[in-house]
Design a protein around this ligand. Structure first.
Ligand code: SAM
Length: 254
């Protein structure tokens, strides 16, 4: 129980390589996608529910420790008053970009993303449009933080995540010849005017400082989403969603 509770802390997640998934839907999604599970804890109250029975059986079959606990213990594990009835610790999966040897489809690269809610929302959106995955560039928020995991609504288990430095990303791009389109408030091209290739990377900037010059330099083109009112910019996750749906729309109608 202490170990599960500790997974709220970044240091503990980094040391153990584990993270917490809360709720039967997330735990079931992760099990169905074959994510390695270490521990599953569930409330004694739900032990006979068919989906809980199924999840417990799958977890045991994979060698996980299964704990039947009181609601008070779940409050401790989840650190909140209305805890989920099922929680589980899974092994993290964040691969190095060099391992992505055959990139196809649309990838989203995020420079220094800081907000876990934004990251989770972007992963969920990538899943929604059927894009290929997410590349985390530089110093970013932990994709396995509870807030990020929650915001993905289970898409974390379907969307591959890769990490790279900008230098490694540039080398990878050269090696695979993948076109990279950046987004910037000062972009020269309207986002609706691009003939989007089958395979490309959409690069998004940091919440506060936007896309840095060094990242812009790696891009083949920079687009902007015109702003009609008085707001300076869109929220990062919203801008990513607008871009991904436009790319999807353009490719479906062509
Ligand atoms: N102050 C930052 C700036 O000057 O770029 C704002 C960053 S914005 C909140 C976060 C990211 O969302 C940007 O780096 C860009 O990738 C994307 N974004 C937001 N609004 C955009 C727009 N109107 N056109 C293109 N990209 C946009």
């Amino acid at each position: 129980v202490k170990e599960l509770r500790a997974l709220h802390l970044k240091k503990e997640r980094a040391e153990s390589g584990l993270f917490l998934a809360e709720g039967l839907k997330l735990v079931t999604d992760a099990l169905e996608e074959g994510w390695p599970i270490r521990t599953l804890a569930h409330s004694a109250r739900v032990k006979d529910q068919p989906l809980v029975v199924k999840a417990v059986k799958a977890a045991r079959a994979r060698g996980a420790l299964v704990l039947e606990v009181s609601d008070e213990v779940l409050v401790k594990i989840c650190r909140r008053d209305n805890p989920q009835m099922v929680v589980a610790a899974f092994e993290q999966r964040l691969r190095r970009l060099a391992e992505l040897t055959v990139p196809t489809g649309v990838w989203v690269a995020l420079e220094g993303i800081k907000d876990p809610g934004n990251l989770g929302t972007i992963v969920r959106t990538v899943d929604s449009v059927g894009a290929s995955g997410v590349i985390l560039l530089g110093d970013v928020t932990d994709p396995f933080a509870l807030e990020a995991v929650r915001a993905t609504m289970g898409s974390l288990f379907h969307v591959p995540l890769f990490a790279a430095s900008l230098v490694d990303f540039a080398a990878w791009k050269r090696a695979h010849g993948v076109p990279v389109w950046g987004t910037h408030l000062k972009g020269a091209v309207d986002y609706r005017g691009v003939d989007w290739p089958e395979t490309c990377v959409l690069m998004m900037g940091n919440e506060q400082s936007g896309l840095s010059d060094a990242h812009v330099a790696v891009c083949d083109g920079i687009v902007k989403i015109p702003m009609a009112g008085r707001a300076d910019s869109l929220n990062l996750a919203v801008a990513t969603a607008v871009m991904l749906y436009e790319i999807r729309r353009a490719r479906l109608t062509v």
